[in-house]
Design a protein around this ligand. Structure first.
Ligand code: HEM
Length: 336
């Protein structure tokens, strides 16, 4: 009898132990609650449970008390993965297309050769504004790309001290050159808006591929369809990049963390597309087309270049209906 009671006790004890073990088994099997103030709670446990890590602080800026949160992790993924893909595809993609185009088409020559007579295309003020904006753009693009790609691409090639010094200067340049860049976009808008209103002639120009594929010369006024596209990319893209850039430069002035993250995403995506578009513009203005660079370099173009690429504009200048340039035409000689 005593033996049976002892056996019974052992069985009951074992069952009780089993029940305690099963009911106290924590992970996955049953939902548990985390006591965030407990000593043994790890950061990872807190993240899994709450998706947010909130601390306590003594400074008045309560935003700083949020240490981690889901939107922050999404933004970090955008910045470190998605944006780099967008930038690489846009910039390398356009570069690749331009190389292929150049290999197939070569430089678009002045078909009828140079006449030896020139005509004023851009005056000194226009060229100054163009080069000021373009110089700022290139430095803003390089210093901005350093924020996106510097760590994976440049840091392995130099010492951390050198990378820090370069990044610091790049950041100063990015902040301060934003002002002349914004002024330049503003001036470009007013200076050239009259010649950049889209019209029927542009539709025809685009239908004929701008004459770039074959030796075709679709009619154009002072600015052709492609140049108008670049103009509006600069004005609208430049405006959007400036607004989003200033929101980033003056953080939390009327913005919260969500708006800051959106501003950064808008700024950086526009920047990548803007850089890709400007590569096309730089290509046409340099090795892509004979006689184009001098328009902005020295301000004049050969009459035959004007005839082939901007015949309606040349007509306007000759008949004096281009008031801005009509009085500056000593070089447009009667030889034409
Ligand atoms: C008014 C003009 C501009 C202003 C005020 C401005 C301002 C800023 C600011 C404050 C940042 C954040 C920097 C940081 O995280 O410390 C930034 C980032 C950046 N900017 Fe600009 N910017 C301007 C124009 C441009 C232009 C013209 C480009 C390129 C064409 C550009 C490309 C970039 C890029 C790629 C980033 C890095 C984005 C990232 O990886 O997070 N910015 N800009």
């Amino acid at each position: 009898m005593a033996a049976s009671i002892a056996k019974f006790r052992i069985i009951v004890g074992a069952l009780a132990l089993l029940w305690v073990a099963v009911s106290s088994y924590p992970a996955g099997a049953q939902p548990t609650s985390v006591d965030p103030t407990a000593n043994a709670v790890s950061e990872q446990q807190l993240l899994q449970q709450f998706k947010t890590i909130q601390g306590r602080g003594s400074i008045p800026d309560t935003k700083s008390y949020t240490i981690e949160q889901p939107a922050g992790r999404d933004w970090r993924h955008f910045h470190e993965v998605t944006l780099r893909w967008i930038g690489a595809v846009a910039i390398l993609g356009v570069l690749g297309l331009l190389v292929i185009f150049y290999l197939l088409r070569g430089m678009v020559r002045i078909e009828s050769g140079r006449s030896g007579h020139t005509i004023v295309r851009f005056n000194a003020v226009e060229r100054f504004v163009h080069w000021m904006t373009a110089t700022c753009f290139v430095i803003l693009a390089l210093s901005g790309l350093n924020i996106t790609f510097g760590k994976p691409l440049l840091l392995p090639l130099m010492s951390p001290e050198a990378f820090t010094a370069w990044s610091e200067w790049a950041k100063y340049a990015h902040n301060y050159l934003s002002f002349p860049f914004t002024l330049g976009v503003f001036l470009i808008f007013f200076m050239w808006v009259a010649g950049n209103i889209p019209n029927q002639v542009d539709v025809e120009w685009f239908k004929r591929g701008g004459g770039m594929v074959r030796n075709d010369h679709p009619p154009a006024y002072r600015f052709n369809g492609g140049q108008k596209l670049i103009y509006w990319i600069v004005v609208l893209g430049g405006g959007a990049i400036a607004v989003s850039g200033y929101l980033l430069m003056f953080p939390f002035y009327g913005t919260d963390i969500q708006t800051m993250q959106n501003a950064e995403m808008a700024h950086s995506i526009i920047a990548m597309l803007f850089i890709a578009a400007m590569l096309g513009h730089i290509y046409i203005g340099t090795i892509g087309m004979e006689g184009a660079f001098e328009a902005m370099g020295i301000g004049t173009v050969d009459i035959n270049w004007a005839k082939e690429h901007h015949n309606l504009w040349l007509e306007e200048v000759r008949t004096g209906t281009q008031p801005h340039l009509a009085q500056q035409q000593p070089a447009a000689t009667p030889g034409e």
